[in-house]
Structure formats: structure tokens, C-alpha cells
Design a protein around this ligand. Sequence first.
Ligand code: KIV
Length: 271
Amino acid sequence: MSITNNEVFKEKITLSKIKKFKNTKKITMITAYDALFAKLFEHEVDMILVGDSLNMSFAGKPDTLSATLDQMIYHTQAVCNGASDAFVICDMPFGSYINEKEALENSIKVYAQTNAAAVKIEGGADRAHIVKHLTSNSIAVMGHIGLMPQYVRSEGGYIVRGKTPEDTKQLIRDAKAIEEAGAFCIVLEGVKTEAAKQITQAVSIPIIGIGAGNVTDGQVLVWSDMLGFFESFKPKFVRRYLQGGKLVRESVKEYVNDVQNSTFPSQEEEY
Ligand code: KIV
């Protein structure tokens, strides 16, 4: 009897296990926005992030800034429904954590309405007080520093970080402040590899890189980028493991052909 992936027993990931992975194994995370894909990813990766990148690839918007809390909750519910064993993180959207009170109220909403294990917020030392307020009220927080997509308009673009010793020092200060505030893990995005190495070594919680070289404690990719479904733009750091868009188009063409040739449905496919 063959064993399918779904039947393979995999120990449930917990927050303390993720922390212990630092210096022992590379951590893997992928985004998911719905139950269907979450189920496919569930037993393959350590964590699933319901990223606000869904506002771009799922909702077709130009950036992440207009994602709403209700939207993030809806997609997090779907992901948790599809992947009930997974360690799921809900990205807090722009404007949902502008002060301690709102950050806590909104994170409690996420905990109350979904099975997310943690929330993710963007920001360095400037947002450490918010992370502290959440963690001291029993909310598990994943930080996000470096290139922060929610800062795209205020920074005037997506700017790679860690190009100078001063900026690298700032990022180390950011990572340490978020660690001290009680985050269990930090996403480090769009950072020069040498700077990413120093940041990873400066803290004792895992650093999950995206566009930060292979020196971090783990990697995260947006599912629709790595599987080739989001085709309008491919950032340099993305590796496409599947030509999803091409495969879908070819399959739909084949279906249309079969219908037009009257070869679909066949006798086996009818009642
Ligand atoms: O929104 C997202 O998908 C993210 C990842 C890029 C880390 O924040």
C-alpha cells in the first residue's frame, strides 16, 4: 500500500519549535490565501503566512496598502480551514496597528475569528512598543523589517536595504528591538546578503529571509510568485518552481478544444 503525502505523519509545529530551529535547521514558509492551496502546502513547509501580498496577486491591486482587516481575517479563516494542522500567521494590514490600543484590539479580532497562531507586523525599533504591547498581552508576533512593502509610498518605492554600514547598523538595532519586545521570529526582506548575515547573527530568534540571500535562518516566498501564477513581474529573488500560468492556459486551451471537437465529455464522463 502506498502512502500519500497527506497520510505522512508530521509533528505539529509550535512557536517554541520554530525558535529552536535557529542554528539547527533551515525554516520554510510560504504564503497562502485560500483553503485549496493551504491544504497542498500544509505538510510541506513549517509555516504558512497569509500575507497582505494577497491584495496584489489575489485582488489585483497595485500595492498592499488597501488590504483591510476583514479581508485578512476572511483569507486567514480560509487558510486555517484548509490546513488545520498548520502554523498560520496573519499579516496585519496597513493602518491596523497605528497605536498600541488599536493593534491589540485588531489582533484580538484575528485571534477570536481565526485559528491563526500569530500575527505579523511591519516595522523596526519605531514599532517595538507595539510589538511589546501585543506580546505582553499574549499575542504571538512575527516582526518584519528591511524592505517593508507597507512603507512603499512613504519611502517612495521598494528600496533594498543594508547597502551602507550605517543602514546595516540601523537594521541590527531594529532586529534587536523587535526581539527584545518579544517577537518569536522576524521576516527580513530585500536586504544585501552581507547585512542580512550580520542581522541574523545579532539576534537569537530566527530570521526568515526574502530577497536577503541564503545566510538567514529560513526563507519565505509568495506562493503565486514561486509557482509562476503571478506573471506580470518577477522580482530578482524569486525562483519559479512551476510555470503555473503557462500550465493553466495550456490546460484551458485543451478543454476548449475538446469541447469544440465534441471529444469532451466522453461516454465515461456521462451519466
Ligand atoms: O505579504 C506578504 O506576502 C509578505 C511576505 C513577502 C513576507 O509579507
